[in-house]
Write a protein that binds this ligand. Sequence first.
Ligand code: IPE
Ligand code: IPE
Ligand code: MG
Length: 249
Amino acid sequence: MDFLSKINKDTTPEHIAIIMDGNGRWAQKQGHDRLFGHNFGVESVREVLKAAQTVNVKYLTLYAFSTENWNRPQEEVDGLMNLLVSTIGNEVDELDKSNVVIRGIGNIEGLPATCKEELKAAFERTKSNTGVHLILALNYSARWELTEASKKIAQEVAQGNIQLDAVNDELVSSMLTTAEIPDPELLIRTSGELRISNFLLWQIAYAELYFTEVLWPDFKKEDLYEAILHYQSRERRFGMVSEQIEKNL
Ligand code: IPE
Ligand code: IPE
Ligand code: MG
């Protein structure tokens, strides 16, 4: 199916966030270990990034490792960290050449030293690029982020730098690791699971949610285009009624 030609380029989401799920099941279905699936998942990241560039998405946020994922077997955690280091190392030239800005959200400081160094080098190297922002959610969880933001705000109020009355939506947003990144309009989760798993709880307040049975290593360009088409078929009312939305068009 040619979904790309049906996409209205004027209403493409500016920011798409993806919970890349199903690598383990994909591998196990074929009799391989879970890491085999993670390795193949990297190819889907490449494809989806290219697809996002094709339709002028400005921000692509990928949930790559949650704070809860540390609870997986040590072998898998080590494998994922090694994969992260090798992937960034292998891809950074190409990403830089194609004008991608690589960014990270989450507790990057809490990652192993090799990951941190590789990531920070990639952030530094691509920070002046002007193309799509590839935002990797690593050692990320929304509750961690909101707790950190709450602490920062409490401290600022206690020190008298911020008045209690000045604490509003905007201020909270500015204290998150996504400060200055617009909220995603579309959140995709692969693998058929119907949950958010501690991802961007604040930022997805009004995102359209799209769930697909496709496992992440099978998720390719056309799957992204299909998700965008679904998004474009929805009416985003933001608490209003249909008639109001139609009048604004
Ligand atoms: C998503 O795939 C990747 C990470 C969470 C790192 P999973 O590893 O969760 O795969 P399933 O859900 O067990 O199939
Ligand atoms: C969510 O997937 C985290 C990432 C995709 C990095 P999980 O596989 O960890 O989520 P649960 O455990 O099924 O909720
Ligand atoms: Mg999973």
